[in-house]
Design a protein around this ligand. Sequence first.
Ligand code: NAD
Length: 353
Amino acid sequence: MSRDFVHESRPGRVVFAVGARTRLPEEIDRLGLRRLIVVSAPTHKDLVAELSDALGGRIAELHPHATMHVPVAVAERAVARARQVGADGCLAIGGGSAIGLAKAVAKDTALPIVALPTTYAGSEMTPIWGLTSDGRKTTGRDPLVLPSLVVYDPELTVTLPPRSSVTSGMNALAHAAEALYAPDGSPITALMAAESARSLAGALPRVHADPRDIGGRSEALYGAWLAGSVLGATTMSLHHKLCHILGGTFDMPHAGTHTVVLPHVLAFNLPAASQARSALKTALGATDPASHLFHLAQDLGAEMSLKALGMPDDGLETVVEQVLAAPYANPRPFTEADIRHIVGNAFSGAAPA
Ligand code: NAD
């Protein structure tokens, strides 16, 4: 096999350990930050209180106003507060929504981001930002929004409910799967993606059975770190395009939508992506990766139909129109009939075919 690739490593420090949050003060000092604005969702009040006690005078402002999909008005308010209090860094505590808000702040202010992820979404490892206005989500890439420091502490994920843990883990698996057939993948991203799929698929039954299983939580978060890394390093394909459209158009839950769509897109794409297919077969220990992931998620209690997640009965036409509106990377060319087939199956909750 002849090799031909480009690989670019991204800067950023990662600290990964059970209890790693206790190292936050020394890590913040290492970056020389003294006036942090702390962004989080309102639901993370207790965790924010615990961490801000430990950080003492390094905090200039608590800003617990993160919401899903980063509405422009929410972003503008956070940017204004960061400027008013003279923040020199932005500490994001939470899932993709809190980290997304920190990215919106960094995009406008160039403040460095420190992230403490509490889900498996992986945004902390990417230079991708997203903002929503009038029901439309805009995304882009900017090195300014890539966190300078990510502190992964599996203990922060034990409160994530079993079903959310499964769907969030499937969201991460989707990054790994699409990185395996990305047009700009490299041998390094392929290794990371395969290892990510292996650790996530092995860990999800464990965290579902016992959300406080710290070994399982550690494996899942490790897989999520790798998944976020390859999401940031490669170009995603049809699966991410479909989820972006579904989420933006019908305000559907992010991780749940990824969970439903992934097996159907893989059933379509893997026959045209032999290296990705064999990497996933090995990583998952399964002869049919698409069917394996469908049954894994279903057996762990995930909702497997887009209809149940809120897609309207007449939503298919809008999705088809938007998918076909702009060209998109994909290992297998698709037609309108293919999209109808994929989304139709995902809508009804049928097994991938
Ligand atoms: P989220 O941050 O909205 O969290 C989902 C829910 O879980 C929220 O209600 C939150 O309060 C709760 N939660 C989070 N952590 C918890 C914990 N440990 N215990 C209990 N509850 C907890 O959602 P998400 O799935 O993490 O992220 C989705 C968002 O991130 C979407 O807007 C998506 O577009 C974005 N995203 C962006 C990127 C990127 O690279 N830019 C990558 C992945 C996701």
